[in-house]
Write a protein that binds this ligand. Structure first.
Ligand SMILES: Nc1nc2c(c(=O)[nH]1)N[C@H]1C(S)=C(S)[C@@H](COP(=O)(O)O)O[C@H]1N2
Ligand SMILES: [Mo]
Length: 318
């Protein structure tokens, strides 16, 4: 059974929570929250209990995979806005301000808008997705994410037929993100992109939690993308803007080093990074000797996604 996050709010009290152009609706929604006594905003507050007591597993979840110990996933993070070091980024990310949070969805859509995250969560049901996750640096893990499919969110804003690509933008918060203030490395804010068919593929999710709990800040709270068949840098954290576009966006990593980080970035053991092989990967938490496993084409999701790339030579579109 799929547990809806805010099922205790009668739908009659919130006629259309996603129509926030009118102030009236905002007030009405806030009143509904107060009436039920459930503090939706507290989901994102420090030390609050998760609002999802029981979550259905998505049919797209890899039930057979053993999740990487959560302490590893929470303490070994890539978050370059904070630090280029995986331990420091974990600590510094605690400074990120994530409450309240809203997401602008605009571009080639019928119903653009800026949506409060809590209101998005009222519309969509959360599920658990156990996925492999493969970083371009040749390490990998298995993470039980909690989230919803991106296509369900896009459905709400009604993409036009002219929407061919999607651009995602991370938050710009230089006061809490030291490398943004220093203009270090990438052109901030962090930007990523997908083709529309990739974005609307059922495996593509926006995550708001992991390991049965809310998403830690260092792992991309309050809202991050997860595209399991692509290298980890595509899975952009702390998303504030989603734009549907006619033309391919230029992603931060592709702009920084186009010969190392392609737009597609599909996991592929046969296409080496210019500085290392992608043939195998170090599976986090696989014991003292850290077993290496063979990297799989599309990170093992070929059955579901290979058809998206039938007309492409995967050696050249890296
Ligand atoms: N905004 C933002 N998103 C990001 C990154 C980043 O530095 N900034 N790093 C990416 C990279 S390289 C990886 S491997 C994953 C890491 O996710 P994790 O730290 O939750 O394991 O996040 C991706 N998303
Ligand atoms: Mo990565």
């Amino acid at each position: 059974m799929i547990i809806h996050t805010h099922k205790n709010i009668p739908s009659s009290e919130i006629t259309d929570p996603l129509v926030f152009k009118q102030r009236r609706d905002i007030i009405k929604a806030m009143a509904a929250i107060m009436l039920t006594g459930s503090s939706i905003r507290s989901v994102w507050a420090e030390n609050s209990k998760p609002i999802w007591p029981k979550i259905a597993k998505s049919e797209f979840s890899n039930q057979d995979l053993t999740s990487t110990p959560s302490e590893l996933v929470k303490n070994y993070t890539n978050y370059y806005e904070f630090s280029f070091n995986k331990e420091d980024s974990t600590k510094l990310a605690q400074n990120l301000q994530i409450d309240p949070w809203s997401v602008e969805i605009s571009g080639e859509v019928e119903k653009p808008g800026t949506f409060h995250l809590e209101d998005i969560l009222q519309q969509l049901s959360l599920e658990e997705y156990i996925y492999r996750f493969r970083c371009v640096e040749a390490w990998s893990m298995v993470v039980p994410w909690i989230g919803f499919s991106l296509r369900d969110l896009l459905h709400i804003v009604k993409p036009l037929s002219s929407a061919k690509f999607v651009r995602f933008t991370s938050v710009y918060q230089p006061d809490s993100m030291p490398n943004q203030g220093k203009n270090a490395m990438l052109a901030w804010p962090y930007v990523e992109g997908l083709r529309i068919d990739e974005a609307t593929h059922p495996l593509t999710i926006l995550a708001t939690g992991m390991y049965g709990d809310k998403l830690p800040k260092q792992n991309g709270a309050p809202l991050r993308l997860v595209v399991p068949w692509k290298y980890g840098f595509k899975s952009i954290k702390a998303i504030v803007k989603i734009e549907l576009l006619k033309r391919p966006p230029i992603s931060s990593w592709n702009k920084f080093a186009p010969n190392e980080y392609g737009f597609y970035a599909n996991v592929n053991p046969d296409v080496a990074h210019p500085r290392w092989s992608q043939n195998s990967e170090r599976l986090l938490g696989s014991g003292f000797f850290t077993a290496r496993r063979q990297t799989e084409l599309f990170n093992g999701y070929g059955e579901q996604v290979a058809s998206l790339y039938n007309d492409m030579d995967l050696r050249h579109f890296f």
